[in-house]
Design a binder for this molecule. Structure first.
Ligand code: MG
Length: 165
């Protein structure tokens, strides 16, 4: 019997949320002490959302908006790590394995480097892969645009999947 054919699939994710007083700031599943948090239906964890969208895109499964509708009360205030767990289950059922993920946070502040290892560990654990397969980087927006003025934060991610058979 011939060996199952392997194919690779790449996906891109992007997310942006407004910053608001009185909201927790959760990035990569890490709660960060900060005067402002990201507004949204779930915990508004834009890093997890960008990662989830990149994985769903690579798998051809749409996006988190269609998989986890934001008018569904089940997802109110939910940890976005739970959404990643659900995405990992969808990939597994389709025999798709995650090769690696690279994510970038766009934010003026705070510095995320002290939290990057914890974010990698959280995301990797939710997806059932080693932390070495997850990269988290950050850049400021050099004061330019809405992100530069500190009105919001954005994140983008790419994922590579290996599809078996
Ligand atoms: Mg989002």
């Amino acid at each position: 019997m011939p060996a199952a054919k392997k194919t690779f699939r790449v996906g891109l994710g992007y997310d942006i949320h407004r910053l608001k007083r009185g909201r927790r700031l959760v990035l990569g599943g890490v709660e960060i002490d900060h005067p402002l948090g990201l507004d949204g239906h779930s915990d508004a964890d834009i890093i997890c959302h960008a990662v989830a969208d990149s994985l769903l895109g690579a798998a051809g499964l749409g996006d988190i908006g269609c998989q986890f509708p934001n008018n569904d009360p089940r997802y109110r205030g939910i940890s976005s790590l739970r959404l990643l767990e659900a995405v990992a289950g969808m990939l597994k059922r389709r025999r798709m394995a995650i090769v690696n993920i690279d994510a970038v946070l766009l934010a003026e502040r705070p510095k995320i480097s002290p939290h990057a290892q914890a974010m990698r560990a959280n995301i990797a654990a939710s997806l059932g892969i080693p932390a070495s397969r997850v990269s988290i980087k950050a850049t400021t927006h050099e004061g330019l645009g809405a992100v530069g003025r500190g009105q919001g934060m954005a994140a983008t991610a790419v994922s590579l999947l290996e599809a078996k058979g």
